[in-house]
Design a protein around this ligand. Sequence first.
Ligand SMILES: [Zn+2]
Length: 378
Amino acid sequence: LVIRAYRFPLRPTAAQRAAFWSWLRQCCTLYNAALEQRITAWKKYGRSIGYAEQCRGLTDLREETEWGDGPVTIQRSALRRVDRGFQNFFRRCKAGEKPGHPRYRAFDRYDSFGIGRASVEPAEREGGSGYVYVPKIGRVRFKQHRMMHGDVRDVTIRRDARGRWFVQISCDVGATPPMRVVRLDRTTGIDLGLTHFAVLADGTKIANPRHFKRSSEVLAQRQRALVQKKRGSRTRRRARTLVARTHEHIANQRLDFHRKTALALVRRFDLIAHEDLNIRGLAGGMLAKSVYDVGWGQFIRILHCKAEEAGVYVIPVDPRGTTQICSACGRTVPKTLYERVHLCECGLVLGRDHNAALMVHARGLRAVLPAQAPEASF
Ligand SMILES: [Zn+2]
């Protein structure tokens, strides 16, 4: 059973957002009440209360009060969270660890609720709108920036610290091969750049193919020729066809290069971290970079596809600060766009892109370290 989690930005209407807030508040209240009930029962009577019993309690509450108007699936998700908290706690106790007891949560730290195996209507194309069916309010739109695979197992709605809403969809992707067991020496980070197509964490440079340059020279020459032709003439039409063909030729060459590069990476590595291009756009920078982003986006999509077929992890990471922060000591070493060398007080001297690739690699590894997983999987 392979579960893959997707996370997409939700686009709720004002009314839907209001409902989310009120349910989140209900869930938080319920979570704390359920926690208190378990603790009191244990302390006073030495009795342990389970999920099923708390669900019956919820049913009574719903019959007797206005809580009955809220969605029961969502309310139960708070009880289930308490239950999982205790299960994890006891499991870790048994394993001889000293885990923290499940704790009460303030509302600002209570940021998600589950809607179970909800019905999801995926977008027809990458970047399109998908819809998730939420109890009581119906379809809620989300922006689906990548395609989903597998059967929906579990859906969670979450808000972040800035009040934006996201939907997390866990899918069972039965048909894909098992993920490879990751060996540390088979992991890397990649920095996509202008001087080189990419630099890897071990310093390997992947050059932009020479034919890109040759083709774009040909393109420029043919475009100049086109401009000089007389409007409406036959030679002009011929010139225009030539320009179109050159564009197509370049696109094909690029696609081919992206495929080959992605395949080579997937063969060599079990885990590949890369800059999240969506965030990178916001990080600002040079115009040239935004122009190149189009090509990079294609490469990253291909990389994800090839990786999926091979059971390789491809992890997008927040790229902010990767060029400034020292990969050896964590100091910030400010540099302009034109400084190609990273030179730090700690003694580290590296190519700027190489340092960035190391930062991306480190962030990718941190993202998959199991130590952080239990809370996030709620
Ligand atoms: Zn340093």
